[in-house]
Design a protein around this ligand. Structure first.
Ligand SMILES: [Fe+2]
Ligand SMILES: [Fe+2]
Length: 283
């Protein structure tokens, strides 16, 4: 017997809300009148979060040569946008770092895929002059969050889905749609909605496998889609879901890119991912 979307939505409701601190950080970093002190005071209320943010800030991910010892230093050196990303990444780390057995993702693999996709999305955003590269980072980070929820349910039907993937050589999300009636992308969008994230992020998550269907902000959706396919092409966090995905032609068109551009983009990313462990600390 297959699970219904209603049952899944209940699973989404059981998911913890984003910590209050994260909500406040998102608001403060959007407000040009906020001060370093205000931001510091909010983050430091949560010691575990503070420790994770500092570990991420000191990973090779930011490539900052000197040790960042306090949140104030991190804010001043890296800036408000970077701090927002670090706080959000730190707060979803536990959720994404778990094993996701329904998708054959071992411990840490979804996190690796998510952070790589976030960095790829930000790189692409800069390349195509999308005005908010940080928004692209967050969309990339959260695009597969629905897998965490769906994994519990997909485990039962995994064999059936996977058989369909193999037999018809279709993407996993298409097999999900055909067998379950919905995909991890739809479930992920529900999570983003529950977390009160902006509609552009909800859409980017909902349509990351079908960017041509996005009603809002098609460029952001195309960036996340392309970043996801690139990360899968590079073999980062594949699991059972990594086969038979390709770039939807409309995504190239939305970004003004050509398939030939991918080679140089992947070259740039190769430099970024040269030492994966360095920017993926176990926080
Ligand atoms: Fe996905
Ligand atoms: Fe993905």
């Amino acid at each position: 017997m297959h699970v219904s979307l209603d049952q899944i939505v209940r699973g989404v409701n059981d998911l913890p809300a984003l910590p209050h601190v994260v909500d406040q950080v998102l608001k403060l970093t959007e407000d040009p009148n906020s001060t370093v002190k205000e931001l510091n005071d909010i983050i430091c209320q949560d010691q575990a979060l503070t420790a994770k943010v500092l570990r991420l800030a000191n990973s090779a991910y930011y490539g900052y040569p000197r040790r960042i010892g306090t949140i104030v230093e991190a804010i001043v050196i890296l800036g408000f946008n970077a701090i927002r990303n670090l706080v959000l990444a730190a707060s979803v780390h536990n959720l994404l770092n778990k094993e996701v057995p329904g998708y054959q993702l071992g411990p840490g693999e979804l996190w690796r895929h998510s952070i790589a996709c976030a960095m790829t999305a930000r790189t692409l955003a800069r390349r195509v002059r999308y005005p908010k590269p940080d928004e692209a980072f967050i969309a990339g980070l959260l695009h597969d969050i629905g897998k965490v929820i769906l994994s519990v349910y997909v485990s039962d039907t995994y064999d059936e889905i996977f058989q369909k993937v193999r037999q018809f050589q279709i993407p996993f999300s298409q097999a999900e749609e055909e067998i379950l009636g919905f995909t991890h992308a739809v479930v992920g969008a529900r999570v983003a909605d529950k977390w009160n994230l902006p509609e552009s992020l909800v859409q980017a998550i909902a349509y990351h496998h079908n960017p041509q269907l996005a009603k809002e902000n098609p460029r952001l959706v195309a960036i996340v889609h392309l970043a996801d396919v690139l990360c899968m092409t590079m073999g980062i966090g594949l699991g059972g879901d990594g086969m038979y995905y390709s770039v939807v032609p409309q995504a190239f068109a939305a970004l003004g890119l050509k398939p030939e551009d991918l080679e140089s983009i992947m070259g740039e990313l190769g430099d970024l991912f040269i030492d994966q462990n360095a920017f993926l600390p176990t926080v």
